[in-house]
Every structure is written in structure tokens, then in C-alpha cells.
Design a protein around this ligand. Structure first.
Ligand code: URA
Length: 195
């Protein structure tokens, strides 16, 4: 990673207020994703949520609307929350590792992820959820620094910065591999119990 961008990302003096943080993120130009994005996708939900889902980064629909998880994968995530956890989507908080869409939905580069992650860390600190759910490998990897494949850690109850962290498969992966929904269903039942 470019040392200047890394330095900037680490030393950003971010506010302890979610709305002020949103304003800063909405005008961020710290990486090249700012050049191709239509909208920054800050995240949405209950600012006092006990449960927070963390995806990888916005796709086309999210980029168009400025909202996380509103495309096909988002519709599946919403069903998982509302039908299995039996709570309204608006009760949880949903955010991503990177706040701007990587072109052609590619995986965010290490530089993009490292530049953006202080924003997510600050969101987590402000919202202060009891449980974090990492959706997919990219989310798990950049949140924890652990490169263990998601298939090996999914469903485990881990601790991350004093919070419960449960990694599970990404809803986009479930759309391509519907037979894996059963495992995610088990993970959701565990989350429901822990809540
Ligand atoms: N996939 C993600 O990881 N995040 C979104 O917001 C949408 C799709």
C-alpha cells in the first residue's frame, strides 16, 4: 500500500458521532474507488443495534442507491434477518468493509480495504453492537487480519475486540450455492440465541 495513503487512513481523527462520521465518509477521496463510484454506501440501520452485519463492498444496486445490501444478495440477507432472526431489518446495522463500489464487483484491493477500514472500526465503536457477523471471506479477513478460509471458520463463536464475532457465508455465495443455506441457517439460529 502507498505509505502516504496508509498513514492518512490510520491517523484520521474520526468523530464519535455517527452522523458526523457519515458526512466525512460521504466526501472521502482517499482511494481510487472515489473516482468511479456513484454514491458512497456508508451503512444503515439502528444506530444502537445489538447486531451488526458486515459485507464486502457495494455492488451496482448499492452504488446506485447509496444503501447497503439492496440488490439480490441484499434481498436474501433481509429474508435471513426477518424470517429466521425474526427481527425487522431496521433493527440491525448493516455496513461494508469498503464504502465505495469496486469496479465490476471485483474484490477490494488490500490498499482499498486498509484505507477504508478505520471508518468501519469507528462505526463499530460508536454503534457498540454485542454481535458482529462477518459475511464472507473478504469481510472476515479484513476485519480480523486472519486469512483462514471462511469455510473453516463459519459458524464459530469468536471474540473480536471484546465483542462476539460470527463469520458466515456471504449471501452472494448462497445465491450461487443454495445448498449452503442450511449451514447459514444454523449460524442464524446461534445468533438468535446469543442476542
Ligand atoms: N455485497 C456486499 O458485500 N455488500 C453490499 O452492500 C451488497 C452486496
Amino acid at each position: 500500500m502507498d505509505p502516504i495513503a496508509f498513514e492518512k487512513s490510520q491517523t484520521l481523527d474520526l468523530p464519535d458521532d455517527l452522523e458526523k462520521l457519515r458526512e466525512i465518509v460521504l466526501s472521502c477521496h482517499l482511494c481510487d474507488l472515489a473516482k468511479t463510484r456513484k454514491n458512497v454506501v456508508f451503512g444503515e440501520g439502528n444506530p444502537k443495534a445489538k447486531l451488526m452485519f458486515i459485507g464486502e463492498g457495494p455492488g451496482a444496486t448499492e452504488d446506485e442507491t447509496g444503501r447497503p445490501f439492496v440488490g439480490r444478495a441484499g434481498q436474501l440477507l433481509t429474508k435471513m434477518i426477518e424470517n429466521v432472526l425474526e427481527i425487522p431489518r431496521s433493527e440491525v446495522y448493516i455496513a461494508n468493509i469498503v464504502k465505495c463500489r469496486p469496479p465490476n464487483n471485483r474484490v477490494p484491493t488490500p490498499q482499498e480495504a486498509q484505507t477504508c477500514i478505520p471508518y468501519l472500526m469507528k462505526q463499530i465503536e460508536i454503534i457498540d453492537p454485542k454481535i458482529l457477523v462477518a459475511l464472507g471471506s473478504t469481510s472476515y479477513r479484513w476485519l480480523t487480519g486472519d486469512t483462514t478460509p471462511i469455510s473453516k471458520v463459519r459458524g464459530e463463536t469468536l471474540t473480536f475486540q471484546g465483542r462476539i464475532l460470527i463469520p458466515t457465508f456471504h449471501p452472494s455465495f448462497l445465491l450461487r450455492n443454495p445448498s449452503k443455506k442450511r449451514e447459514v441457517y444454523q449460524d442464524l439460529l446461534k445468533i438468535k440465541e446469543l442476542l
